[in-house]
Design a protein around this ligand. Sequence first.
Ligand code: CO
Length: 361
Amino acid sequence: MTTKELARLATQVENGAALPADLPVGEGLIVGITGPPGAGKSTLVDALTAEFRAHGKRIAIVAVDPSSRSTGGAILGDRIRMQRHHADEGVFIRSMATRGAAGGLARTSMALSHLFRGAGFDFVFVETVGVGQDEVDIAAHADVTVVVLVPGMGDDVQAIKAGVMEIADIFAINKADRRGAEQTEREIEAMLSLGTAHVPIFRTVATSGTGVAELAEALAGRKRREWRPDAEWAIDHLGIAVRSLDEALPFYEVQLGMPAAARETVEHEKVRVAMIPVGASRIELLEPLDDDSPIAKFLAKRGPGLHHVALRVSDLNAVAARLRDSGARLIGEPRQGAGGHTYVFVHPGSAGGVLWELIRI
Ligand code: CO
């Protein structure tokens, strides 16, 4: 894949397109780099990039700015950075400086990092700007997450959102030549002693390269995140296409004695839905709102009957990314349903002829 082709694909993915079905999974490591503004994350990523390039590794960088507040700084920094690596085919940089990415920044940044890993990059850095929920979501899906802090933060170490501290696989105290590096390290250690996992702490000075080789070595020793479905998975519901809820419901409500718990209209799917609880599971009856509805098309082609099976998963985004990684075709992207749940459909062509809905309640 040429750089030009990759750039074009990246733009399509940013605009909501699925990853190419024939994209290899790739061998690279997705590294989340997060921490408060001013910690020198970009400089540290640049220093790591130089270190890995010296060892012939190919590097992709996804720079994510979830806020609308910072524009000038991030973009200016990116320009300087892009100029520096401009002639280097072994470095690919994509920055997302605005909101409005189709399906959310976490999804888009992870889809991009899977694209780059699939394109053969050895390390994909996903660098965020702040410490909000977006950053936590993004970093939580990386193989390894480095939380970058700086000395002299004082009580700020505690003030940094707990979520950010919890996702750390590695801490880097950057600008460690400043006063207070030891104290910051003690503060992190004190905080870590409350948990069980061993999280290494590195001191770096990204501008001079001090400690960068050690951090790079630690990253190189990391493995891709293990994947396993967990015990919370369950069949959530069966989706059944009907011509009319009023005609279909008496079988369930009267003949079987299973009352529907709720009826609702889902405008964007163009369906009217009746949910019938069955133990821990449910039956979802789907009536088309109009002829354009996917359910209307299903009825015209196949007649009434079983339309999809919904699998409840605990981490929908990770499951969706995993499926995409392995070449499965998702229909659209995970989206918000009427009841506040998130869902996405897997194309029957990728799933043995069954339309699977993945759902997170
Ligand atoms: Co459903």
